[in-house]
Design a protein around this ligand. Structure first.
Ligand code: PRT
Ligand code: ZN
Length: 285
């Protein structure tokens, strides 16, 4: 039987998280450092290690069936591939930044400017959409120094913490794209590859769901049970077990991260005690 072939970044910001995701999906990979390819022993998966810029093309051409790459690269390369799943890591944004001393009140301020970027395709369509005409200077690295050395007036680059822009005297003024790592696939996958991809996606979704949720255990006096249960969203209804001490119960449920702190505060206020919160490894519902 054939393997599903996945392309991931060889080294760089997405490498560790890509390998970690596969591991959390129960896929063992040996020898992932400084290799061009490897295979898993316990899942029919073959892994190619590539430069991130090349991944969309390999997937479009069918040399790899699927790939993990930033949305910024997918949109810039503009290849015929399909995004199947957002993966929640490698988050950043493609932004336009101008020298801090420069006044900026609207996108019209970019009119006639020289913009240094490694993302000419996306910047061009962003400017066109906003009816702005500017000059694009494509450079492949250290974009942030371009205004300082007189190569450009403004930059369009990836930003995560913002410290690179800050250290170069620049301020972020427009966001072109909010990006994260995504799973892309070839548009004409064979049926056996589709079924393997479905299997992989099922695991990825279980891992992602588990990360967004916590398992919560708490003790509550029976008199307050109803109130406390009404505060718990849970997957279905919570599990309620009697404690050895009469008049008390133990309640188990699942809480999502975004409701977490507020819910814990409300539970405490409603008389919950001994609240334990534990991570969930996989979540299949
Ligand atoms: O060798 P290869 O071509 O494979 O790698 P690469 O050097 O092209 O890419 P790499 O490893 O730097 O980044 C891979 C992917 O990580 C990118 O395509 C994005 O999808 C994602 N990512 C997330 C980032 C950042 N965050 C990021 N901060 N990619 C780059 N940066 C750079 C940015 O270009 C700037 O120089 O970090 C600097 C800004 O960071 P802050 O924190 O100072 O704002
Ligand atoms: Zn690259």
């Amino acid at each position: 039987m054939s393997n599903l072939r996945i392309a991931i970044q060889k080294s760089g910001r997405l490498f560790e998280d890509s390998v970690q995701l596969l591991k959390e999906c129960g896929i063992d990979l040996r020898n992932v450092k400084d290799r061009l390819r490897t295979e898993s022993d316990n899942f029919p998966l073959e892994v190619f290690f590539l430069r991130d810029d090349d991944i969309p093309q390999y997937v479009e051409d069918g040399v790899a069936d699927i790939g993990i790459v930033g949305e910024n690269v997918v949109f810039e390369k503009n290849r015929q591939v399909e995004i199947t799943e957002k993966l929640g890591f490698g988050k950043c944004r493609l932004s336009i930044a101008v020298p801090r001393s420069q006044e900026y009140d609207s996108i019209k301020c970019l009119e006639g400017k020289r913009i240094a970027t490694s993302y000419p395709h996306m910047v061009t369509s962003f400017l066109a959409k906003n009816n702005v005409t500017a000059e694009i200077h494509e450079i492949s690295g250290s974009v942030e120094i371009a205004p300082g050395i007189g190569l450009a007036d403004v930059v369009a680059d990836l930003v995560s913490s913002g410290s690179t822009l800050f250290m170069n005297g620049l301020k972020e003024v427009e966001t072109i794209l909010n990006s994260q790592a995504v799973l892309i696939k070839n548009k004409q996958l064979q049926p056996f590859s589709i079924s393997l991809l479905d299997k992989l996606l099922f695991r990825i979704q279980a891992v992602k769901k588990a990360k967004r949720n916590k398992y919560i255990l708490l003790n509550a006096p029976n008199d307050n049970l109803e109130k406390i249960i009404s505060l718990l969203p849970g997957m279905k209804s919570p599990t309620v077990l009697p404690l050895a001490e009469s008049g008390w119960s133990s309640i188990h449920s699942v809480l999502s991260e975004d409701q977490f702190w507020e819910c814990i505060e409300n539970l405490k206020a409603a008389g919950a005690q001994g609240i334990l919160v534990v991570p969930i490894e996989k979540m299949v519902i």
